[in-house]
Design a protein around this ligand. Structure first.
Ligand code: MN
Length: 297
């Protein structure tokens, strides 16, 4: 879809802090970069984790993520390159392919696997964890695959392309909307010398992750530069109603940005691996349920 309405200008938030991810591995030896780590969970409430993965070497991803449980939150998988097969205890089977998005609500419990459907070539994407409110943590699990062509997208006159994964932008409703956390998740591509203004409600926590080799500036081009493979936590400036992203004119390729924002839950966060609850007693219950084989029943 092409959007002819002018991009509505905002008073931009600034950068509070630049974060470099930590190389790690998860699942059966999948190499990834953990960008949003546990110490940032309170600051970026309701977001619990962001992993970036990207490799041309099969050895870095071929082990995949065999059967493992989750309880108490949602996982969002955004594929940029490569194919992964999802299977879960509810009976869902889905193929994650380039450009697709998977939104899984673990709720009271799900066991799933995410395994590569390729033996060579590039595999790249993100996994974002979004917390559930205490009242929603024990809801029934749910799962949704969004095919590449079903992710709402628009292109501005200046060539900026925006895929609206969650929330809404410039009047375009995204693929997913969630009531308690109101997540906004935009996959943005900016040609050199262009800019894009995104509205973000005051009080929502927000960050961007720049990837794909380009640099982006927060505010005008004189604003803070965020290099590729870095997260910038956006300040909760009381007078700002969004963020302006600007791509330097001197750059040859696109600036690629994942913009994520949401309404904080302001509830206690207790995490033990794949379980995220509000207190220790609930974590022990999750572990006990998993060990007794009733987490996902
Ligand atoms: Mn998982």
């Amino acid at each position: 879809m092409h959007l002819n309405t002018p991009n509505q200008r905002v008073r931009s938030r600034g950068v509070e802090r630049i974060v470099q991810g930590q190389p790690t591995s998860d699942g059966a030896g999948v190499k990834l970069t953990r960008v949003l780590t546990q110490p940032l969970q309170k600051r970026l409430d309701p977001f619990l984790m962001l992993d970036a993965f990207g490799s041309d070497a099969a050895a870095d991803y071929i082990g995949g993520f065999p059967d493992h449980p989750h309880r108490g939150f949602e996982t969002v998988t955004i594929m940029l390159a490569g194919r992964m097969k999802h299977r879960d205890s509810v009976g869902n089977v889905g193929l994650l392919e380039p450009g697709s998005v998977q939104w899984m609500t673990a709720g009271r419990g799900i066991i799933h696997s995410e395994m590569p459907e390729q033996e060579q070539g590039r595999m790249a994407g993100f996994q974002l964890w979004v917390n559930l409110a205490a009242k929603d943590k024990m809801q029934a699990p749910a799962y949704r695959d969004v095919a590449p062509g079903d992710v709402p997208a628009f292109v501005l006159d200046n060539g900026v392309r925006v895929r609206v994964i969650a929330g809404a932008s410039q009047g375009v409703a995204g693929a997913v909307s969630r009531p308690s956390t109101e997540p906004l998740c935009l996959d943005i591509s900016l040609p050199p010398g262009t800019g894009f203004d995104a509205q973000i409600p005051v009080g929502h926590n927000a960050f961007i992750y720049c990837h794909g080799g380009g640099t982006v500036h927060v505010g005008d081009v004189a604003g803070s530069a965020v290099e590729s493979d870095r997260m910038a936590i956006l300040a909760n400036d009381a007078g700002a109603d969004g963020v302006r992203l600007s791509a330097p004119a001197s750059q040859s390729g696109l600036s690629r940005v994942l913009l994520v924002a949401g309404r904080p839950l302001n509830e206690p966060i207790a995490q033990y691996g794949p379980f995220v609850m509000n207190n220790q007693r609930e974590l022990e219950q999750a572990l006990a349920d998993y060990q007794r084989g009733v987490l996902a029943t």
